[in-house]
Design a protein around this ligand. Structure first.
Ligand code: GUN
Ligand code: ZN
Length: 445
């Protein structure tokens, strides 16, 4: 790393919520991002920055967009090798594909190897931070935290808790040395939470696979460590909801199970929330809990259409996520494109600004990490990506067409990336100022 690095390109980042403010982003066509010791010093027009930092090492990404790295708010680390399995909806998909594949993570060397593959796949797709589920094996969370520490990457993760309704080989009582998933989670919190950029997320998988006792213990663990996060699944699929209803006949609805267990807080991230009642939405908003919308997964597993407009009307903080491997891609660009389609199917035209907000600044704000990531505020970590808006041949044709019409503006570039872009468009990924991924076509910058 040089004392000061200056990255020249089209600078773009969100500064506010597009739902609240008319001016919500910064765009500088010929701009520069100035980075020192892993942090952002400032950004501005290239000429001014170059005059101010004449000694800086120049990285010329002219013609490309430099923006904050994307944040994936719900992803399953051990599912990276079951992306794209055929023909099942959620519960059968879990039983047929997911649980058997998670069994292999019993081997800690395999887990370490897969963690390296996992973060490198994130980097290749322009994702610089994530909220991840490990498996029930405690060492899988350690694999993630270790590899993230090596890259100085922000990793929010936790070992999955399951003590019922799962195969024997994945139950806490059988897998954990202490036979107690809560005890193991406590140990992991003490070892890893807030060590470097790691944060622990207490992770009861969903109400189906935890006994009421385990859910309540997970809630107590959060009380013991209130600055940990909580992640779980909520109302993803109709058969799942029927199963939950039969397992918890006394609960008034799905959310109530988590509320009674002390698992609903402003640090809780609920995956999916496709089928919430108005009352559940109201209670989620009151608790300031976070909803992770996973549109690619909801389409791939045939789960349903989450209605973002209803979430917005209820004032819920909604963020975007892949849900690999329910989601059959690591690409947050593809998630944004799918979100656009899923919302348009429900007559809501999701704007480019709102889409990007829910993968960058909005997510950072929801997690309380906006000083660290999600925009280019001075002092935050230099987690950023370089995107080539014409790296896919059909996008190059579209770019030429729009240039002719003098409409090749930042909004059209960004929307094209969401609609038709993928990892080919990600030219470079930087974490805390270090280049962790370079596309082959972009080696010498
Ligand atoms: N619900 C419980 N576990 C899972 C999982 O691994 N993936 C998805 N999409 N939903 C779940
Ligand atoms: Zn999930």
């Amino acid at each position: 790393m040089n004392p000061v690095d200056l990255y020249r390109g089209e600078i773009f980042y969100l500064t506010d919520s597009p739902l609240d403010k008319e001016t919500f982003y910064t765009y500088i066509a010929d701009g520069a991002l100035v980075v020192s010791e892993g942090h952002i010093l400032e950004s501005g027009p290239y000429s001014g920055m170059w005059q101010k930092y004449p000694q800086a090492f120049l990285h010329d990404y002219s013609g490309m967009i430099i923006m904050p790295g994307m944040i994936d708010a719900h992803i399953h680390f051990p599912q990276l090798n079951i992306v794209g399995m055929y023909g099942k909806k959620l519960l059968d998909w879990l039983n047929n594909y997911t649980f058997p594949s998670e069994k292999d993570f019993n081997d800690s060397a395999y887990s370490d190897y897969m963690a390296e593959q996992f973060v490198n796949t994130l980097f290749r797709n322009g994702t610089t931070a994530c909220v991840a589920y490990a498996t029930v094996h405690p060492h899988t969370a350690e694999s993630l935290f270790r590899v993230a520490s090596r890259y100085n990457m922000a990793m929010l993760a936790g070992k999955v808790l399951m003590d019922t309704n799962a195969p024997d080989y994945l139950l806490d009582t059988n897998v954990c040395k202490s036979k107690d998933g809560i005890e193991e989670s406590r140990r992991l919190i003490c070892k890893w939470h807030k060590r470097g950029r790691n944060r622990y997320a207490i992770t009861p998988r969903f109400a189906v696979t935890s006994t009421p006792h385990q859910l309540a213990e997970a809630g107590k663990l959060h009380q013991e460590f209130p600055d940990t996060f909580i992640q779980t699944h909520l109302s993803e699929n109709r058969s799942e909801i029927d199963t939950v209803r039969s397992l918890f006949p006394k609960s008034k609805d799905y959310l109530d199970i988590y509320e009674r267990s002390g698992l609903v807080s402003e640090r809780t991230i609920f995956g999916h929330c496709v089928y919430l009642s108005d009352d559940e939405r109201k209670r989620i908003a009151e608790a300031k809990a976070i909803v992770a919308h996973c549109p690619v997964s909801n389409s791939f597993l045939g789960s349903g259409l989450m209605n973002l407009e209803q979430m917005n009307r209820a004032n819920i903080q909604t963020v975007f996520a892949t849900d690999v491997a329910g989601g059959n891609t690591f690409s947050m660009l593809k998630v944004m494109g799918e979100a656009y389609k899923v919302q348009l199917l429900q007559n809501y035209s999701l704007s480019v600004g709102e889409t990007l907000y829910r993968a960058t600044l909005g997510t950072a704000l929801s997690l309380g990490l906006e000083k660290e990531m999600g925009s280019f505020v001075p002092g935050s970590f230099a987690d950023f990506i370089v995107i080539a808006p014409e790296a896919v041949p059909e996008l190059a044709l579209r770019g030429a067409y729009l240039s002719e019409k003098e409409e090749w503006n930042i909004e059209n570039k960004l929307f094209g990336l969401m609609a038709s872009g993928d990892d080919r468009c990600i030219q470079a990924t930087y974490i805390a100022g270090n280049k962790v991924y370079t596309n082959n076509s972009c080696l010498n910058r």
